[in-house]
Design a protein around this ligand. Structure first.
Ligand code: ADP
Length: 444
């Protein structure tokens, strides 16, 4: 039979092609395991035998897939059933696409980084599981991230200097310029700010992606903290002629009274939280025309804290909404084209929310405004009190310890213009998580 027989119908599953298909599966480097709908292995190719270290195909046939495919998170942490997408996909018959994680080989317990996918066969419900060793890709990604990180870091400094000189040129107390020059320099300053933001975002993306920034989780009263962050945006919203409100009542009811009556405790990294709220409100202001409204709300929802940032702006189409949390994704339509942005903000929001054990999602329709929800771990009153005792003890210890040795003065560095919406927030001192857990008996 010729591979190039043009008269044959293009049916790769036909009986004629079956030996060819098996030959292909036996020669590829990707692992392939086929199970029935209950997860019992019917087929395993040599690459999968080798990666799982099950010895030979015959050892695997008839076994439950879970005995061979032991997964850990991509950071190497054991995965609970509820957070294991392979188990979820096998149970719910939902396909899984290229989930990056680690496979623990049966014999040597070697941990291999893999990307795993599951396809559910139509009719039979068989599961076709494919997985690929991604060690090389990760190394290449690491090098790429290192390059972006170094380049962004180096480029931020001259951009901050340019911004500083432009501010001096635009300040009537330090320079005299005519109106036309003011127009040019104002445009140049807007571009340099955009560039500075892009470099900062790129730097944050690489640091978050490779785990260089980890959240320092502390107990926090959420309503007051989020209000403090949100209030700093009030002026800018007013300048943009947008009605800006903060409250704890129904997010869909703009006319409702907005009283701060609820106390909700959370367990978060305050810097992460500020970046997240700043970003969502920045977007809400950016994508809401004058005359619109923005509404920020915090409430307890079972064991979660639910924050929403709602606007009556341009909204997001159903085609775009599934992509807006991806790196560099920007909805491209006549409403957004004129509005500047890097397409990195929501990606950073997602990275930060997920690093704190939370979830972020958006509900919107084109022309119908948008609501961004952030769900984060909540603490009960008792848990909050316990954790605060630890924090206070820690503060007392710090107060007693001798002051650190004076370090030589730092050389002057060009100052990046600080963002007007980010005043310092009263911070709970950072206590290492392990220490908090130890002192309250390992409770999370
Ligand atoms: P950008 O810098 O482009 O704003 P983001 O990652 O913050 O990047 O957002 C990605 C895209 O999501 C934006 O380009 C915009 O199309 C859409 N978007 C984000 N927030 C809103 C919002 N509140 N209203 C309408 N569209 C939004």
């Amino acid at each position: 039979m010729s591979l190039f027989n043009r008269n044959k119908p293009k049916d790769t599953a036909s009986a004629d092609n079956a030996p060819l298909a098996v030959m292909a599966l036996n020669s590829i480097h990707d692992g392939v395991i086929i199970t029935d709908k209950n997860g019992i292995i019917k087929f395993i190719n040599p690459a999968a035998v080798s990666m799982t270290e099950c010895g030979m195909a015959a050892n695997a046939i008839g076994l439950d897939y879970g005995l061979l495919l032991k997964l850990r998170s991509k950071e190497g942490r054991d995965l609970e059933e509820a957070e294991n997408p392979l188990i979820q996909s096998m149970r719910t018959s939902q396909p899984l696409e290229k989930y990056a994680c680690c496979l623990v080989a049966s014999q040597s317990a070697k941990v291999i980084p893999i990307a795993i996918s599951v396809i559910i066969a139509e009719g039979t419900g068989d599961r076709i599981i494919t997985f690929r060793n991604i060690t090389k890709e990760l190394a290449e990604e690491g090098e790429q991230a290192e390059f972006i990180s170094t380049a962004s870091h180096e480029m931020r400094t001259p951009v901050a200097t340019i911004d500083g000189y432009l501010s001096l040129a635009l300040n009537p107390q330090t320079a005299a310029i005519d109106e036309r020059a003011r127009g040019y320099l104002t445009a140049a300053q807007a571009a340099s700010k955009h560039l500075g933001k892009l470099f900062q975002d790129l730097l944050d993306v690489t640091k978050l992606d490779d785990g260089r920034i980890r959240p320092k989780m502390v107990p926090v009263e959420m309503v007051g903290t989020v209000k403090q962050i949100a209030d700093a945006h009030m002026m800018r919203a007013r300048e943009a002629k947008i009605d800006f409100r903060f409250g704890t009542s129904d997010p869909n009811n703009f006319g409702d009274s907005h009283r701060l009556e609820q106390v909700v405790y959370g367990f978060v990294d305050i810097d992460f939280l500020r970046e997240i709220i700043d970003n969502l409100i920045d977007n809400a202001i950016k994508y809401t025309p004058a005359g619109g409204s923005i509404y920020v709300n915090v409430r307890g929802d079972g064991d979660r804290v639910l924050i929403n940032v709602t606007d009556t702006g341009i909204g997001i189409s159903s085609e775009d909404i599934g992509h807006i949390f991806q790196k560099f994704y920007r909805a491209d339509n006549s409403d957004t084209r004129e509005i500047g942005g890097t397409g990195l903000g929501l990606y950073l929001v997602k990275q930060r929310v997920e690093a704190m054990g939370g979830r972020v999602w958006a509900e919107s329709g084109f022309g119908e405004g948008s609501t961004f929800f952030v769900s984060l771990p909540r603490l009960s009153n008792e848990e909050y009190e316990k954790r605060m005792i630890v924090v206070r003890n820690q503060q007392a210890l710090l107060a007693q310890s001798p002051p650190p040795q004076a370090s030589p003065p730092a050389p002057p560095v060009p100052q990046q213009a600080s963002s007007p919406q980010s005043p310092p927030i009263l911070q709970t001192p950072t206590i290492p998580q392990q220490q908090i857990n130890n002192q309250i008996g390992g409770q999370q």
